[in-house]
Design a protein around this ligand. Structure first.
Ligand code: G3H
Ligand code: 13P
Ligand code: ZN
Length: 305
C-alpha cells in the first residue's frame, strides 16, 4: 500500500487531487472508506480538533484502524487544522499518517516557528505535514474570520515559508472559505493567484480548503422540511474541476457538502417515517447518500467528470 508521501507524488505527477473528507462518527468514516474502495482511490480521512474532542483520540484511531484493516486502497488519517504543537504531537503519537499545522492566523515569523517545530517532530515519526499560509474567511473550528479580513496567499511569501519550514504540502488562500456561506457576491476564485503561487513553488503539492460546492437542491430540500439555511453559496464545480485538472492542487478538502447531504437525508426520512424509532434506519440511509456524494467528488477531483 502506498504511503501518503508516495500518493502525493503520484497526484502531483498525474495531475489529480486526493479527496480529503471530514468525519466525526462511525457512519461518516464508513462513507469515506467505502467510497474509496468503490472508486479504487486513495482517500484522506480528516478529523478536526473539535471532532477529535467529540470522539476522543483513542476511539478515533481504533475505529480508523479497525475499519481500514482489510482495505485494498489507501486511506490516511489526517489531523485537520491543528492549531498547536501539542495537538499535532498528540495526533502523531497516536498514529496519524498526516497532520496539518495551521498557523495561518499568526504573524509570518510565528507561523514559521510553529510549523518548523511540528515538521521536526513529524519527520522523526515519518508523518506528513501540511502547513498553511494566507487566511480563509468563514467558520473554522469555532474561529470566525470575517470575509473582509480574508487574506489571499502572497506567492513570494509562500515560497519563503516553504523554504524555511520544509512542509510536505501547503494550503493556500485563493478566495475559498469554510462553511455554507462562502461568498456574499459572485463566487469567484483567484486562479490567477494560484498560478503565481505555482510559479514560485515549482512542482509542489498545494492544498485547497473550503472546497464545498453547496448543492442548492439539497439546501432547498432541507428548508422544505423545517430547515432554515439562507443565502448559502459554494465554489462552482467548474472551478474545482479546472483547479484539479490544470494545477498542482493535490488535496481538496470537503466537509460542508457532506454535512448538508447527511442532514438532508435525515430530515427527509424523519419526516417520511414518523413511526420509525431505530436510529440505525436513518443513519444507514444518510451514510449511503454521503457515500454516493463522496464517489462523485472523488471522480471530480480526478478529472473524470
Ligand atoms: O475546517 C473546518 C472543518 O469544517 C471543521 O469543522 O470544527 O466543526 O469539525 P468542525
Ligand atoms: P468546506 O467547509 O468548504 O467543506 O471546507 C472544509 C475544509 O476545508 C476542512 O478543512
Ligand atoms: Zn479547512
Amino acid at each position: 500500500m502506498d504511503s501518503i508521501f508516495v500518493t502525493f507524488e503520484k497526484a502531483l505527477k498525474k495531475r489529480f487531487a486526493i479527496g480529503a473528507f471530514n468525519f466525526y462518527n462511525l457512519e461518516t468514516l464508513q462513507a469515506i472508506l467505502e467510497a474509496g474502495e468503490i472508486t479504487a482511490s486513495p482517500v484522506i480521512c480528516s478529523v478536526s480538533e473539535s471532532a477529535l474532542q467529540y470522539m476522543g483520540i483513542d476511539a478515533t484511531v481504533m475505529m480508523f484502524e479497525a475499519l481500514t484493516e482489510k482495505k485494498k486502497y489507501p486511506a490516511y488519517l489526517h489531523l485537520d487544522h491543528g492549531k498547536s504543537f501539542e495537538v499535532c504531537k498528540k495526533a502523531i503519537d497516536a498514529g496519524f499518517d498526516s497532520v496539518m499545522i495551521d498557523g495561518s492566523a499568526l504573524p509570518f515569523d510565528e507561523n514559521v516557528k510553529l510549523t518548523k517545530r511540528v515538521v521536526k517532530y513529524a519527520d522523526k515519526h515519518g508523518v506528513f505535514v501540511e502547513g498553511e499560509i494566507g487566511t480563509l474567511s468563514g467558520i473554522e473550528d469555532n474561529t470566525i474570520v470575517d470575509e473582509k479580513d480574508s487574506k489571499y496567499t502572497n506567492p513570494q511569501e509562500a515560497k519563503k515559508f516553504l523554504d524555511l519550514t520544509k512542509v510536505n504540502s501547503l494550503a493556500v488562500a485563493i478566495g475559498t472559505s469554510h462553511g455554507a456561506y462562502k461568498f456574499s457576491g459572485d463566487p469567484k476564485l483567484r486562479i490567477d493567484i494560484l498560478s503565481n503561487i505555482e510559479k514560485e513553488l515549482g512542482k509542489f503539492p498545494i492544498v485547497l480548503h473550503g472546497a464545498s460546492t453547496v448543492d442548492l437542491k439539497l439546501i432547498k430540500q432541507i428548508n422544505a422540511r423545517g430547515g432554515k439555511i439562507k443565502n448559502a453559496k459554494g465554489v462552482s464545480v467548474e472551478d474545482i474541476s479546472e483547479i484539479c485538472k490544470h494545477h498542482n492542487v493535490c488535496k481538496v478538502n470537503v466537509d460542508t457538502d457532506l454535512r448538508i447531504c447527511f442532514i438532508a437525508s435525515l430530515r427527509k426520512n424523519l419526516k417520511a417515517c414518523p413511526k420509525e424509532i431505530n436510529p440505525r434506519f436513518f443513519f444507514s440511509d444518510a451514510k449511503e447518500e454521503m457515500k454516493n456524494l463522496i464517489i462523485t467528488k472523488i471522480k471530480l477531483f480526478q478529472g473524470k467528470l
